[in-house]
Design a protein around this ligand. Structure first.
Ligand SMILES: O=P(O)(O)OC[C@H]1O[C@H](O)[C@H](O)[C@@H](O)[C@@H]1O
Length: 549
């Protein structure tokens, strides 16, 4: 398993040959030739519908992709993850974010030990703490907390930040704020206007060593000490980390410490203690529905054959687009303003997991491509910004559209129908395109003179045949959000398995961190830049000059 075997080579070769067959018929003709196409290439799970019919695929493509998934050992690797095997091989760790959403009587083992009792013990402590903060029983120096500030970065920021915004209609706790950047402007802007006597800080860091988070935490501590007094620091802070000794050294008491474990990757940690800000905002019951949605997707992923498995289908379509058709990027386009941070969240989830080029088995370089460049913005905003390139640019960029059938407010009816029509219209336009004959026809219909028609028509041509998936759900509630995130987690797992890389480490972020440490004394003027390349030394010198020292 997990090294390129002859079945995989054959499966890739078959897909490669098949590509030229598929390419003969553009998607618009595939749709007119097959009224069953939507039915054939869509799949539902609970209130989620995944329509993948607007891809460059035909009846032969999916069986070939399922054969590839099987040859790559997706099923066995999936079983290994659920069995708690140390599939994160470079760090020798189990990968058990799935245990974070388990039921109390389920069993997930890491190193032979069932982790579920510990998971639920922490969840219960988080619930008691959240209830206390929400009711005012747990309070600051000036009474009930009105504001909660999560200080963290990467996986200790993007998940709770994204989910708090996504579920804002479910907020009935204190306001939540997020500070991540080491740029002092970030924390300064957040603290401005907050009442120190009623502000709770949550320090979120898996390692409790991340320089951005530690710097911001120290600034927050100083803010409290200065305004409220050293003796109140304990009441205004809590921490979530796997490094309990470091949290203690920071001065945090046991009851303000919410642990998680090294078998949870940072970008998979929103379900753990890292989600405390979300739990305080929406309450333990809402958080439990969020976990429940993910658990439902886990069960689906674990038990369904690849042919009826949403994450597998989404992952395999992604491999088709990336490896066989050679498309370099993936747009994440939620038609849901409250999912504005979802593209950034999926960017870390996907690019930090699958942005790799070395095989987990043997250390050789992967042949071909791995993870795509992930980007996105909520629709309809993106339409008025970068969709021009999606429709008429020289690169083909597959996109995932997502939209809820309902908005949570009745008065949005008019807005929501427009939102839905825009979402569906974009996928239709990307698929159909517009031919030169159609462009001419349209201009003629507008009464344009023939020379002008000829001049303008080429600019009005849309090549079409551009792939999209559409994920339609009923409404964005905690359960649905949990399902969507878990869907993408498992999709990324399927792709990482096929590419033979370790989706659960992130060595690629280390070099820059190490170099930043060596540059700091140079930026501060305490050390010479001798030995640095001319650009780096030149930039440091120029910045020092501009800073006046
Ligand atoms: O939670 P922390 O240990 O503070 O780490 C925060 C983030 O920083 C790192 O550089 C990693 O790239 C991320 O995966 C991680 O989520």
């Amino acid at each position: 398993m997990r090294s390129v075997n002859s079945d995989m080579i054959q499966a890739f070769a078959a897909l490669d040959t098949h590509r030229s067959v598929v390419a003969k018929t553009p998607m618009r003709d595939k749709f007119s030739g097959d009224p069953e196409r939507f039915k054939r290439f869509s799949i539902s799970f609970r209130d989620l519908l995944l329509d993948y019919s607007k891809n460059q695929i035909d009846a032969e493509t999916m069986p070939l992709l399922f054969a590839l998934g099987k040859a790559a050992g997706v099923e066995a690797h999936r079983a290994a993850m659920f069995a708690g095997e140390a599939i994160n091989k470079t760090e020798n760790r189990s990968v058990l974010h799935i245990a974070l959403r388990s039921l109390p009587d389920e069993i997930f083992r890491s190193g032979g030990v069932n982790v579920v009792p510990e998971v639920h013990a922490v969840l219960n402590r988080m619930a008691a703490f959240s209830d206390g903060v929400r009711s005012g029983e747990i309070r600051g120096s000036g009474g009930q907390f009105t504001d909660v500030v999560n200080i963290g970065i990467g996986g200790s920021d993007l998940g709770p930040r994204m989910a708090c915004l996504a579920l804002s209609p479910y907020h009935d706790g204190p306001r939540t704020h997020f500070v991540s950047n080491v740029d002092g402007a970030d924390i300064r802007d957040v603290l401005e206007g907050l009442d120190p006597d009623r502000t709770l800080f949550l320090i979120a860091s898996k390692t409790f060593t991340t320089v951005e988070t530690m710097t911001n935490a120290a600034t927050a501590r100083a803010w409290i000490v200065e305004r409220v007094g050293e003796e109140h620091v304990g009441a205004h802070f809590a921490a979530m980390s796997t490094a309990t000794d470091k949290v203690k050294a920071f001065g945090m008491s046991e009851d303000r410490m919410f642990p998680f474990w090294d078998w949870v990757g940072g970008r998979y940690s929103v379900w753990s203690a890292i989600g405390l800000s979300l739990m305080i905002a929406i309450g333990p019951a809402g958080f439990s529905s969020f976990l429940g949605g993910a658990r439902a997707m886990d069960d689906h992923f674990r038990t369904e054959p690849l042919e009826r498995n949403l994450p597998a289908i989404l992952g395999l379509i992604g491999v088709w687009n990336r490896n066989i058709l050679g498309f370099p990027a993936l747009g994440i386009l939620p038609y849901e303003q409250r999912l504005a941070r979802l593209p950034a969240y999926f960017q870390q989830l996907d690019m930090e997991s699958n942005g790799k080029r070395v095989k987990v088995a043997g250390g050789a370089t992967v042949m071909g491509h791995t993870g795509p460049l992930v980007f996105g913005e909520p629709g309809t905003n993106g339409q008025h910004a970068f969709y021009q390139l999606l429709h008429q640019g020289t690169d083909v960029i597959p996109c995932d559209f997502m939209v809820g059938a309902y908005s949570d407010a009745k008065e949005d009816y008019n807005h929501h129908a427009l939102l839905l029509s825009n979402c569906f219209a974009q996928t239709e336009a990307l698929m159909r395109g517009r031919t030169i004959a159609e462009a001419r026809e349209e201009l003629k219909g507008e009464g344009m003179a023939p020379p002008d028609i000829e001049r303008l028509a080429p600019h009005k041509v849309f090549p079409g045949n551009r792939p999209t998936n559409t994920l339609l759900y009923k409404r964005l509630d905690p359960e649905t959000l949990g399902m969507i995130i878990a869907l993408y987690e498992h999709k990324i797992f399927v792709q990482g398995t096929i590419w033979g890389i370790n989706s659960f480490d992130q060595w690629g972020v280390e070099l820059g961190k190490a170099l930043a440490k060596t540059l700091l004394p140079m930026v501060e003027g305490k050390q010479s830049t001798d030995g640095k390349d001319a650009s780096t030394a030149g930039l440091i010198a120029a910045a020092r000059l501009l800073r006046g020292g």
